[in-house]
Design a protein around this ligand. Structure first.
Ligand code: 8X3
Length: 251
């Protein structure tokens, strides 16, 4: 009997990360669910037969513990941990928020990738999926801390693909547009539920976390020679970053 393929998903405690862990487990992967909140990843891991690993991607020692929990081989790494904090224009920017966004979306991704690349390499074939954003392709008012960080995610993905060329490791960026998750906008607006709800108001069917998880699952299911460089996924109501139709689309 062949061994199960192994996947690591960071930021697995909610939203896209939790959905991706479920989708990969349903496809037969042994999934390491990595995130800071142990109660959430414990119950997720229990429900999918996976392994919970408490991990803060901004900490060297925590990421080293993740690598040691994963062990010598790894098939798929999903760098999903990330987030937006604040929505102020640059002239009022909170540098603490900017630092936080750079730490998690950029340095965290690099830290985890460095730590797990040896296991992907040792496996013989590997896949790295970085969860970026349409914010990594556009600028918008009040978004510069996040758009800067997500442009970083995009460029890291492109650079990794160049640097790993010739090795059997695929590198993909999934760039979602508007995804309605329980936490993304709530976190960005410091827990202000009304502000968070306004983001999605009257948008007919924003994406949900499962839509992005399905894209990641599909990328991971492809033959080992097929590299999806990048995939931009938006709801039908979002023609461009800030070109959103608010009102019914589906009758
Ligand atoms: C897209 C999030 O707020 O930049 O992932 O549109 S946002």
């Amino acid at each position: 009997m062949s061994e199960k393929r192994i996947a690591v998903v960071t930021g697995a405690s909610s939203g896209i990360g939790a959905s991706t862990a479920r989708a990969l487990a349903a496809d037969g992967f042994q999934v390491f669910c990595a995130a800071r909140r142990s109660d959430r990843i414990d119950s997720l891991a229990d429900s999918i037969g996976g392994t919970a690993v408490v991990c803060d991607v901004t900490s060297d020692s925590s990421v080293a513990e993740l690598a040691s929990a994963v062990g010598p081989r790894l098939d798929v790494l999903v760098n999903n941990a990330g987030g937006a904090f604040g929505s102020d224009p640059i002239e009022n920017a909170s540098l603490a928020y900017w630092q936080q966004m750079y730490d998690v979306n950029v340095l965290g991704l690099v830290r985890v990738t460095k730590a797990l690349l040896p296991a992907l390499r040792a496996n013989g074939t590997g896949l790295i999926v970085n969860v970026g954003s349409t914010a990594g392709r556009n600028a918008y008012e009040g978004g510069a801390g996040y758009t800067t960080a997500k442009h970083g995610t995009k460029v890291i993905t492109e650079t990794l693909r160049l640097e790993l060329n010739g090795e059997p490791i695929r590198v993909t960026e999934i760039a979602p547009g508007m995804v309605h998750t329980e936490e993304f906008s709530l976190t960005r607006f410091g827990g202000d539920q009304a502000q968070a709800d306004a983001v999605y108001a009257d948008v007919d069917s924003p994406l949900v976390a499962d839509d992005i998880a399905e894209a990641i699952r599909w990328v991971a299911s492809l033959p080992r020679h097929v590299n999806i460089d990048e995939m931009v996924v938006k709801p039908i109501a979002q023609a461009a970053q800030k070109k959103l139709h608010r009102g019914p689309i589906f009758s």
